[in-house]
Design a protein around this ligand. Structure first.
Ligand code: EPZ
Length: 423
C-alpha cells in the first residue's frame, strides 16, 4: 500500500491550476449511457481512482472507453449488459448513478446495493423513490436493486424530495430526460455538480428548465445525442489547496476556477482573516499573521459544503480561539478527529458538531486515512506539524485528489509517496 510521508513546516505558496471536478465527472460519465449514438469526448476529467473504477463499471456494461490527457472518450453503442455488479459498486457508491440512465434507455437495470460507508449511513431510498415516481417497479433481491419499466418508457411525474440529495437529483434527472411527458423535481439539489449535469444533458438534447434552482422541470426527449464537453473545476480540491496555503501561512493563486461557486467557502476564509482576491477565473489567498477562529455549518449548496468540513477542522486547529464546525449533511462524518488529536489537536465532538480549541502546535505522527476528505485533513495537518507525519491508506486520497503530492510539492511542500505493508 502507499503512504504519504510529509515533512512539515514548509509554506504552501505559488500558482496552480485546479483539476477537473470528480463529482461532476461521475454523473456526466453516467449520463453518456443515455445514448448509443456516436462517441462522447469529455475534457478535463481528472485522472483519479474513482474515474478508473467508474470506467471499469461502464466497460463491464459494454462501453468502449479511452482516457488520455484528461480526455475521456466513450462510445456506448455496444452496451447490452444491464447489471452493475457488487465487486465494482462496493468500491464506489456513486455507481448508483448508472441506475437512472440504464433504466431510461433499456427499461431494465440491476445495480448492486452499495453497502456501508466509512462516515455513517448513506441510504439510497430517494434514488429508488424517484424511479418509482417515474413508473418503475423496484424490487430488492439477492443484494441487487432490480428496476423495470412495464411499458416502453418511463412516465413523467412529480418527485418531491424530502431532503436535498445530489445523487438522487442526478439520477432523477437522467431518468426523466427520456421519460414520456413532463417531470417536476421539487427540492432538487442546486449544487454546481447538478448544474453541470443539467448543462451536459441540455447539450445532449434534453429539455430542462430551472437549472441551478431547487425546482427542475424536464420535458422528456425522444432521443439524445453524443457530445463534446468541457468539465468544470473541482471546487473541493480548490478549497483544500486554499486551506493548505492558509494553514502554513502561505499565499496561493488557483487558476481556471469559478469563484462564484466558492462563495460560502471564500467568505469563511475571509472571516478567518485571510485576504481573498478573485478574478473571473482565479482565486488568490494571502494568509494573515494569525488565523481567527471561524464557525462553519455544512449544509446543501449554496451553504458551506460537507466535503470541506474535515479540511476546515484541520485549519481551525491553528486558529486563535474556539471554532464550532457543524455538519448537517452527514452527522457522523468525523473519523478524522481522533487522528487529528493524535497529532496534537484539541477537538471534541458533540453530536454533529466539532469544537476545535486552537491554536495547538501539531507534531508529526503516523495517522490513518479513513475516507477521502478525512485524508485531506490529515495531509493539511501534516503540512504544519513539526517533524514527519505519515498518512497511511492513501488510496482514499487518490480517489479524489489528482496528483496531490506533486501539486503540493510544486507549491513548496516536502511530501514523498512510499510503499508499506499493512498487516
Ligand atoms: C454527493 O454524495 C457527493 N458524492 C459527496 O461527495 C458529498 O459529500 C455529498 O453529495 C453531499 O454534498 C458525489 O458527488 C459522487 P447526497 P451523495 O445524496 O449524492 C441523504 C466526496 O467526498 N440521503 O447529496 O451520495 C444523505 O444521507 C463525497 O467527494 C438520503 O437520506 O450525497 C445525506 O444526509 C463523498 N437518501 C443527504 O441526503 C438518499 O437516497 C445528502 O446526500 C440519498 C441521500
Amino acid at each position: 500500500m502507499d503512504k504519504l510521508v510529509i515533512r512539515g513546516g514548509h509554506r504552501i505558496s505559488g500558482n496552480i491550476t485546479a483539476s477537473g471536478s470528480k463529482n461532476t465527472s461521475l454523473p456526466i460519465i453516467a449520463a453518456t449511457l443515455l445514448t448509443g449514438d456516436g462517441t462522447f469526448s469529455l475534457h478535463r476529467i481528472p485522472d483519479l481512482q474513482d474515474i478508473t473504477t467508474f470506467s471499469q463499471l461502464l466497460r463491464h456494461l459494454g462501453s468502449e472507453i479511452t482516457f488520455s490527457d484528461n480526455t475521456l472518450q466513450i462510445s456506448n453503442r455496444n452496451v447490452k449488459n444491464i447489471q452493475a455488479p457488487y465487486e465494482l459498486v462496493k468500491k464506489m457508491r456513486a455507481s448508483i448513478y448508472v441506475l437512472g440512465p440504464m433504466l431510461a434507455r433499456f427499461g431494465h437495470a440491476r445495480v448492486s446495493l452499495p453497502g456501508g460507508c466509512a462516515f455513517g449511513p448513506r441510504p439510497i431510498d430517494l434514488h429508488l423513490m424517484a424511479m418509482e415516481k417515474l413508473g418503475a417497479t423496484i424490487s430488492i433481491e439477492t443484494g441487487f436493486i432490480d428496476a423495470t419499466i412495464h411499458g416502453k418508457k418511463l412516465q413523467g411525474g412529480i418527485i418531491d424530495f424530502p431532503v436535498s440529495s445530489v445523487g438522487a437529483t442526478g439520477n432523477a434527472l437522467m431518468a426523466a430526460v427520456l421519460a414520456e411527458g413532463t417531470t417536476t423535481i421539487n427540492n432538487a439539489a442546486a449544487e454546481p455538480e447538478i448544474v453541470t449535469l443539467c448543462k451536459f444533458l441540455i447539450k445532449m438534447g434534453a429539455k430542462i428548465k430551472g437549472t441551478g434552482t431547487t425546482e427542475l422541470e424536464i420535458e422528456g426527449a425522444h432521443s439524445l445525442k453524443s457530445i463534446e464537453f468541457d468539465n468544470v473545476f473541482d471546487r473541493i480540491e480548490t478549497g483544500t489547496l486554499l486551506a493548505a496555503a492558509a494553514i502554513t501561512g502561505g499565499s496561493i493563486t488557483i487558476n481556471n476556477v469559478d469563484p462564484e461557486q466558492m462563495k460560502s467557502v471564500l467568505k469563511k476564509f475571509i472571516h478567518a482573516g485571510c485576504i481573498i482576491e478573485t478574478s473571473n477565473n482565479s482565486i488568490t489567498l494571502k494568509s494573515p499573521e494569525k488565523l481567527l477562529p471561524t464557525d462553519v455549518t455544512a449544509k446543501p449548496y449554496p451553504a458551506f459544503p460537507t466535503d470541506m468540513q474535515a479540511q476546515w477542522i484541520a485549519l481551525m486547529t491553528q486558529a486563535n480561539g474556539i471554532s464550532h464546525i457543524t455538519d448537517k449533511v452527514y452527522h457522523e462524518r468525523f473519523n478524522h478527529i481522533p487522528e487529528l488529536n493524535r497529532l496534537g489537536a484539541h477537538i471534541e465532538i458533540h453530536k454533529n458538531q466539532a469544537i476545535v480549541d486552537g491554536p495547538k502546535p501539531l507534531s508529526g505522527a503516523i495517522v490513518m486515512s479513513t475516507d477521502l476528505r478525512a485524508s485531506a485533513s490529515l495531509v493539511l495537518a501534516g503540512l504544519v506539524a513539526e517533524g514527519t507525519t505519515e498518512v497511511l491508506r492513501v488510496y482514499h486520497l487518490d480517489r479524489g485528489y489528482e496528483k496531490i503530492e506533486k501539486k503540493l510539492n510544486s507549491l513548496g511542500a516536502d511530501i514523498s509517496r512510499e510503499k508499506y505493508n499493512e498487516f
